[in-house]
Write a protein that binds this ligand. Sequence first.
Ligand SMILES: *Cc1c(COP(=O)(O)O)cnc(C)c1O
Length: 374
Amino acid sequence: MPSPAATGPDTRAPVETGLLTIDLAALAANWRALATRSAPAECSAVIKANAYGIGLEEAMRALLGAGCRTFFVANLAEGERARAVSAEAVVYVLDGLPPGVGERLAAANLRPVLGSLEDVDAWTAQGYAARAPLSAALHIDTGMNRYGLPPALAGEAARRAAGVRLTLVMSHFVSSQLPQDPRNAGQIAAFATACAAFPGVPASLCNSSGIFLPQHPHLALTRPGYALYGGNPTPHAPNPMRPVVRLEARIVATREIAAGESVGYDATWTAPRPARLATLGVGYADGIPVSASAHAEKLAAEALVGGQRCPFVGRVSMDFVVLDVTNARAARCGDWVEIVGDTIGVDDFAARSHTIGYEILTRLGTRYARRYVG
Ligand SMILES: *Cc1c(COP(=O)(O)O)cnc(C)c1O
């Protein structure tokens, strides 16, 4: 079990009580694996939300090194950060064209994902101002009911987009992580019909899980996010991806309590027997969800202490998590324990925290020491 204390000299040990280690070699390997699976389609990388919490600039540089040329971010600010990393990369902005952002999108050579006829008109006008049609993607909504044009408006959008350089038409799966869900086939068919209105324009439908669907609806371009960062795109099967994120926390206190004593705010957990406890110096202010807390009749999250899985007990507080280390009695103040890593994957920790791995990653806190390796 490598931990900073065990694998390196003391100078490696951070002063922080939480340590995030991000394996950029694993990130690059995950992209290569997804690119191979996507071929002959191009494989892009979704680096929105600070590259799912791991750091947009670091992730983008590693992905460029692996051969990725097309990126998706959520908004203008992320797009400008991506453009600062690479002048050449193709960068799409998923949130499209909210009022007031067109000029800066154009100035930074970012491509909005247009989601309405109004967006198409606004980007056409932006192109007149620039004296040349500007590049953009168009989103067709085939079932999310979240963003994009209904398929019925595809023909109208194609006519209205005559003054736009459409470089991509795209849609997004509702439940591609469930390969048996009939919605997948329905969306594939609806999108194919809509795409007929855009002859010659590259099409894109697959997020991470979509790449693993039996229909292989890879089209011209795939758009993985979560799987790049080590999340499992096939929750019904073992995770084919390499872990990228390792989250460790330091034990800042230990104690023994008697049977019947409680732990934490509102005494939500009571020791059924004498227990040894270890307190970690991380909490919900660092992105550890309150829903990871032990609760009657629910799984609680666990941390790996000296190779032993030890449950969270009591409610997660702002800066502290308490573990029951009765089965890992050697745990000492100053020791590092794994919260997410090679043994406790991000999907495992998320399931025990009653949320999804995407939320765990994108909420990784700002107080951790961050180390990039590989
Ligand atoms: C976030 C997002 C993706 C990436 O999805 P993952 O499930 O993380 O692979 C792809 N396309 C769109 C439109 C998205 O919003």
